[in-house]
Design a protein around this ligand. Structure first.
Ligand code: ACM
Length: 547
């Protein structure tokens, strides 16, 4: 049945031992836990044999530099986690990374894993001198018989190092019930830092609404692959998903339905703050998007005065694009934009605010340019940096970021803007759009950019993607967008995201020299049982020799 969707449970499937069959078989073959009588991690005895630990270079994204060697470290019932002392914000955030690590390890290992600053065999250490070597997001991980040390110049680096450590442990470490060890970490050293600063996943919460809990679950999955940005597509024709105090109908009426006519929904400001804080706890920054001047039917339906004819259209629950536009000549339009951007900027600790700008097919081009000129100034007025879909390269403001979503890398306007200093986030639709069908029979998703199998999604280089002499230095990063016309449950998101979201993460993080389909495919195999343990019903592509 490979390649077909089997089921659509409303929530995560149970993490039964049966789903971990492969790992269990390995454990039993190693003479540990046979008959299920042994307590987790304590099944010692003469017959005990350690399974070989995962190789240091087996993780996704591929680390920048790996030097294997020496004895492995085994996490046991006696292991403690050591974190930095002190009252600085950095020390507190580093301790949070330690608690996060313990939170991942405790359910599956069954160990106490106390977190403290006195001692511990697994240590997270802040070390300012590492900034030069690995920047603020990189880390060093050294492992040997006596323990594992993750060092970084900043807490984000420790957090990313923790993600590497997770993947060095057996997949069953992800289970939320006790599993048998041994919990071995291969010996050696990893020195790692990202290639690109902006490593983003987008979720369209407008076509279908996703609750705070649903978005948190996706954030947690993305964190495993060192994503640092969550782009939320908050508004579109079908729904307005964030409360705006000065224009309350936007959410209350404009958010009241969704594709297919369901009840929709929206985030209160407190709920939105909670999402932003949760993402921050995973070292991800939320980039909110309010799409303008097209993709605005939900706003136009909520306020008649935003329409050039003064008549509010009905709410829209279909999936067409390009039919709506804010009224560019009307001054009230800019009052609206100013209020929305001001309130959104207040909710946004990150520097970026995305204003869409795509598919404005109902806005005459001269009006589009005039509107984007003013909208970009409003974003700057509230202290934020504009991100827009690459159509903003018609007249990008100084410093504005263009998000490329074409399929050829050849649009001259984009090439010219990039060469003139407009940074690009690359999300080619026929590569990183996670809502594209994998193949003709994929029951979910769209196919306007073609079918995007796992290899097609991964096998390109962001540094050389754009044509016309755009240098790698013009590329700020990579994004994997998930549009939700056909998706309304986490299970559906996860089937479309995995494996492809792991590949986009590697393209954003790993150095060009470490990229390559053959090696990636082999590393992907090891993610399968991990996803099973996490309750992720991924797409079992025939291109990958899953075990
Ligand atoms: C887009 O896919 N319309 C950005």
């Amino acid at each position: 049945m490979r390649g077909h969707r089997l089921r659509t449970p409303p929530h995560r499937p149970p993490r039964s031992l049966a789903r971990l069959g492969v790992a269990l078989l390995l454990t039993v073959a190693a003479g540990v836990g046979a008959g299920g009588a042994a307590a987790p991690g304590t099944a010692a005895g003469g017959a005990r044999q350690a399974a070989a630990p995962a190789a240091l270079d087996s993780v996704i994204p591929a680390p920048a530099a790996v030097a294997p060697g020496g004895s492995p470290y085994e996490i046991t019932a006696d292991t403690a986690i050591r974190v930095p002392p002190g009252s600085s914000a950095a020390a507190a955030s580093a301790r949070d990374a330690g608690e996060y690590l313990a939170g991942v390890l405790r359910p599956s290992t069954g160990f106490d894993l106390p977190v403290g600053s006195e001692s511990g065999e697994v240590e997270l250490r802040l070390s300012a001198r590492l900034k030069k070597a690995v920047g603020t997001e990189g880390y060093e991980l050294t492992s040997g018989a006596d323990g594992v040390l993750i060092s970084a110049a900043a807490p984000a680096g420790l957090f990313h190092g923790v993600q590497t450590l997770r993947q060095l442990l057996p997949p069953t470490v992800e289970a939320d019930t006790a599993q048998d060890g041994p919990w071995l970490v291969a010996g050696g050293r990893i020195t790692d830092e990202p290639r690109f600063a902006y490593r983003s996943a987008m979720l369209d919460v407008a076509r279908h609404f996703f609750t705070v809990e649903q978005v948190k679950r996706y954030i947690d999955q993305l964190a495993l692959y060192k994503y640092n940005t969550l782009h939320l597509h908050l508004t579109d024709d079908q729904g307005w998903r964030l409360a705006i105090d000065s224009w309350p109908n936007l959410a209350e009426y404009g958010g009241s339905t969704q594709v297919g006519g369901g009840p929709g929904g929206y985030y209160t400001k407190d709920q939105y703050r909670e999402l932003v804080a949760y993402a921050a706890s995973r070292h991800m920054t939320v980039v909110p998007e309010v799409d303008m001047p097209g993709h605005t039917n939900s706003a136009l339906a909520s306020y008649a005065e935003l329409n050039c004819d003064g008549v509010a259209p009905p709410l829209y629950t279909g999936t067409s694009v390009g039919f709506s536009s804010l009224c560019v000549p009307k001054e009230v339009t800019y009052d609206f934009v100013d209020d929305v951007v001001r309130e959104l900027a207040e909710l946004t600790p990150g520097r970026y605010l995305h204003i869409g700008g795509d598919e404005a097919h109902s806005t005459p081009h001269d009006e589009y340019v005039a509107f984007m000129e003013r909208a970009q100034k409003i974003v700057a007025k509230y202290g934020k940096t504009v991100v827009g879909w690459h159509q903003i390269t018609a007249n990008p403001a100084e410093g504005a970021v263009a998000q490329y979503w074409g399929t050829t890398g050849g649009e001259q306007e984009v090439i010219d803007a990039a060469k003139a200093g407009t940074p690009l986030v690359l999300s080619p639709a026929n590569r990183t759009y996670l809502d594209m069908k994998y193949h003709a029979q994929t029951p979910l998703g769209l196919s306007w950019a073609g079918y995007v199998e796992v290899r097609q999604s991964y096998d390109w280089d962001p540094g050389t993607y754009m044509r016309g002499g755009v240098p790698e230095s013009a590329v700020l990063g990579v994004e994997a967008p998930m549009w939700s016309e056909t998706l309304s449950t986490n299970d559906q998101i996860e089937f479309m995201a995995f494996p492809r979201a792991a590949g986009a993460a590697e393209l954003g993080w790993s150095p060009a020299a470490k990229l390559g389909w053959d090696g990636y495919r082999d590393r992907l195999v090891a993610q399968g049982p991990r996803w099973e343990a996490m309750g992720i019903d991924f797409y079992r592509s025939a291109q990958v020799p899953w075990e």
